[in-house]
Design a protein around this ligand. Structure first.
Ligand SMILES: [Zn+2]
Length: 479
């Protein structure tokens, strides 16, 4: 099977026009004896095992509709040698942004390219660069969460302000390799911002499909699309609902050569693996006891698990951390299933202030279930009030994050109180988005009439030195 995939891949490479490369055949036809060399990467259906060549642009299994995952040949180096290669790139890549090759070398995603897209060349790579996000140590947030050692991996420090850039750099690289004429998704959030920025960088048309206003009422908040408009993606207000948008992007993928970069695109998951690899490298490959992350569509849980699997298998780390996936209580089908040992796959009507994880029917369910089982993981949920209080604590520490990100720290506090995270354990919590992603939630929280913890309402004063001194004294006493 692998060798026939290789044959199809080679045929793909040889087909003349980019369009033909893009729409590759459903079933590899060439003789399996064409080549016996294992390709660097194949795509394999997680449900039925069907394999596709690396550059096949379909993002779900043609046989059963299941999710595709990428399988890479093991790198030539492992253990200390592979760690040394990644560490050398970290040192050598610093400050290199002058050209495309420099961006690829400076990227916190492409540093780990052997585990993400081993066949990519510098000429293929579409990189801002991205990654290299800080791992903050904030004792005040650790104290709030009730743990001894808490590190905050802040992926809101990516170019468009969210972790989505890690997946999008790989997806747009793949779009370029596949000769795509356009990339598309149906999303109003961080995905469309990342799509727009990377499509612009790649010089490939970017399309974002959202429902048009219906009977005069907006179906999406256009403010959420601000970055998308700014970065130059074409935003289509489709006369229909979200299901129509999804159907349309799928049809465009099948018939027009549009490359779909929605959340199930397997190359996006590959890029998202890099957040876990960066945490391990920032800790000198001495893994934390826990990695805690917000959970909505479960792509990140899947990606972090896949990265840890690689890291253990290749000897990058001696032992794997446990994983804790944190859902918002109003959008917690995965947490419910966890409590029943994953006997049923739940669906809910999602409702939470944390819009980036407001998902009732997660796409990466099966992969994430396998990850939780494999890494002695836990899944729990936290209320919107807990999320907003955690957010206020993170914001007040001077770093800030979007609401969904704070679910991870709220989850740390809950698990510490329940005794699941034990005293002395080292915890890395992932923050997925920048504080300015959702200013509406912020301003609503810090109202003078809002009786929540950590409220910081603006103070109206007379234009006198006396009034200024009173506020200053109170602030200095609090600091
Ligand atoms: Zn399948």
């Amino acid at each position: 099977m692998i060798s026939s995939c290789r044959a199809a891949e080679l045929r793909n490479d040889r087909s003349g026009r980019p369009d033909e490369q893009f729409r590759s055949p459903a079933v590899p036809q060439l003789s399996p004896t064409f080549s016996t060399t294992m390709p660097l990467t194949i795509q394999r259906c997680a449900s039925c095992g069907t394999e596709l060549p690396e550059r096949d642009a379909r993002t779900s299994c043609p046989a059963c509709g299941g999710l595709l995952a990428l399988v890479h040949a093991p790198p030539a180096e492992q253990g200390a040698a592979l760690r040394a290669r990644f560490d050398a790139r970290l040192r050598d890549g610093a400050g290199l942004v002058a050209d495309a090759a420099g961006a690829a070398r400076a990227s916190g995603v492409w540093r780990f390219r052997e585990l993400i897209m081993p066949g990519a060349t510098d000429a293929d790579i579409v990189s801002q660069p991205e990654g290299n996000t800080p791992l903050f140590h904030r004792p005040v947030v650790a104290a709030w969460a009730g743990v001894d050692a808490l590190l905050l991996k802040h992926d809101g420090f990516n170019p468009t302000g969210s972790f989505k850039d890690r997946g999008m750099t790989v997806a747009l690289t793949q779009a370029r390799r596949a000769g795509a004429r356009a990339v598309a998704c149906a999303s109003t959030g961080n995905t469309s911002a990342a799509l727009a920025a990377y499509a612009s960088l790649a010089g490939i048309a970017g399309l974002v499909l959202v429902p048009a206003p219906k009977s005069g009422a907006q179906q999406v908040a256009l403010g959420k699309l601000a970055q998308t408009l700014a970065y130059g993606a074409r935003t289509l207000l489709v006369r229909g609902d979200f299901d129509d948008c999804l159907r349309l992007v799928r049809e465009g993928a099948e018939q027009l050569g549009v490359y779909l970069v929605n959340s199930i695109n397997p190359y996006r998951i590959e890029g998202q693996k890099s957040v876990a690899l960066e945490i391990l490298q920032q800790l000198a490959w001495d893994a934390p006891d826990w990695i805690v992350l917000p959970a909505g569509n479960l792509g990140n849980t899947s990606a972090v698990g896949a990265a840890l699997r690689d890291a253990v298998r290749l000897g990058l780390i001696a032992r794997a951390p446990r994983i804790a996936s944190i859902q918002a209580a109003g959008a917690a089908p995965f947490a419910s299933a966890y409590r029943e040992n994953f006997a049923t796959q739940h669906r809910v009507k999602a409702e939470t202030v944390a819009t980036a994880i407001k998902i009732g029917d997660p796409a990466s369910w099966d992969r994430a279930t396998a990850v939780i089982r494999e890494f002695d993981g836990v899944v729990t949920d936290v209320s919107d009030a807990e999320i907003l209080e955690a957010k206020a604590a993170i914001d007040a520490a001077g770093i800030g994050c979007e609401p969904a990100s704070a679910a991870s720290v709220a989850g740390v506090r809950r698990l510490a109180r329940e005794g699941v995270i034990r005293p002395g354990e080292r915890v890395a919590a992932i923050l997925t988005g920048h504080v300015l992603k959702d200013p509406g939630v912020l301003l609503d929280y810090h109202r003078a009439d809002h009786a929540a913890p950590l409220v910081n309402a603006p103070i109206e004063v007379d234009a006198t030195l006396d009034a200024l001194a009173r506020v200053m004294d109170a602030a200095a006493a609090r600091a």
